[in-house]
Ligand binder design. Sequence first.
Ligand code: ATP
Length: 217
Amino acid sequence: MHIGILGGTFNPIHLGHLVIAEEARDAFSLEKVLFIPAKIPPHKDTGPVISSEHRLRMVRLAIDGNPSFEVSDIELKREGPSYSVDTLRQLHRFFGEGVELSFILGWDSFEEIHTWKDYKELFCLANFIVTNRYEHRKEGIGGTLPVEIRDAFWYDKTKDLFIHRSNHFVAYLDTPLIDISSTEIRKRVREGRTIRYLVPRKVAEYIEAHGLYGGKR
Ligand code: ATP
């Protein structure tokens, strides 16, 4: 079984997240994609603090009706900060032998991968599917890896994949560029501007109903 993992703060979830999850599912024939909301680290500039429960509920609303998408609260339940390496280890224990995990993330996150806890071990636990987030034009991301990790991979030209010593791969996936961020959504809500068509309708309704992000109820 091949499972995609999309970690994020999802504060709130938006169409950019859903598009990369769906594109990765389609391109790599993933059986499912697990959305895993992280605990918000105290240093993250998120404006008004909203509870994990709200973020989790908004993910549930956003993926409702898509049988390939699931949400997991393992990072929210775990004590201490959310480290992806711990999550991947935990998922391997949970799913057992025969499961292949692929971590889906934007290039903006991937280029900082060397700052993640135990980053070298990450590639022993999962593949990485890197999408071209809007800030980074495609020409900028294809064909190379962040310098800090380059030595551990070789490039398979026929498959256009970077293969790790462990046999896991890093793939660059060409996805539609969706210029949406949670930061922008929070800003728009605060300013009383529309977020229609930027987040799923039920998420917009939830934000409004609960007066999240400083918006009017
Ligand atoms: P914030 O603006 O609060 O920093 P965000 O919009 O970057 O949030 P996260 O929840 O931090 O959202 O992102 C989770 C993952 O989704 C990251 O790997 C990020 O690169 C990716 N991602 C988020 N938005 C997009 C987008 N519009 N297109 C492609 N990838 C995205």
